[in-house]
Write a protein that binds this ligand. Sequence first.
Ligand SMILES: Cc1cc2nc3c(=O)[nH]c(=O)nc-3n(C[C@H](O)[C@H](O)[C@H](O)COP(=O)(O)O)c2cc1C
Length: 175
Amino acid sequence: MDTEFRDMMASFPTGVSVVTARDGSAQPRGMTCSSLCSLSVAPPTLLTCLRSGSPTLGAVISSGAFAVNLLHGEADWVAALFASGAPDRFERVAWRPSCRTRSPALIEAAHAVAECTVERTHPSGDHVIVVGAVRSVERFRHGSALLYGFRRYSELSPGVPAAVGERSVAAERGR
Ligand SMILES: Cc1cc2nc3c(=O)[nH]c(=O)nc-3n(C[C@H](O)[C@H](O)[C@H](O)COP(=O)(O)O)c2cc1C
């Protein structure tokens, strides 16, 4: 069952983020994270699911704040780095404290950063659901977004958004 579930989720491509926070000694912590979901628009709220026992989760809970760094299409190596367990991850990327919560903002790897405060947490299985109230959003650059699916990275560029959907609905109606 585990394998079937993993294979099914591998066939569900997502964007890729790095969730970051400061631990009790103000050290930066961060992990690659694809379990990111918009939860509410008013007020702006998102959720993410972090592995129980992760130092990043510990820092999120102890600081009560975190940043979601949405990776751009050329930052696949940053996604791999922040999934690797490497202790020196923050020495290998450019970052600075974010304006409001001081959570690390990956200024060269991210195309956008959302600063959040922890609204609530909910343990479930081997992960913890973290609900974050979005306090600010900063855009660093426009361009492509990094995707992960079928166990590989790819790049998605902004295209023609709604018209594609409208055209296909019209095409369906015309059948
Ligand atoms: C594309 C990708 C997405 C991932 N998404 C998540 C996720 O949503 N939640 C999670 O707990 N781990 C996720 N991981 C695994 C963590 O990044 C990995 O366990 C990391 O080493 C954890 O960092 P830590 O040592 O600071 O806890 C993902 C890994 C990859 C490659």
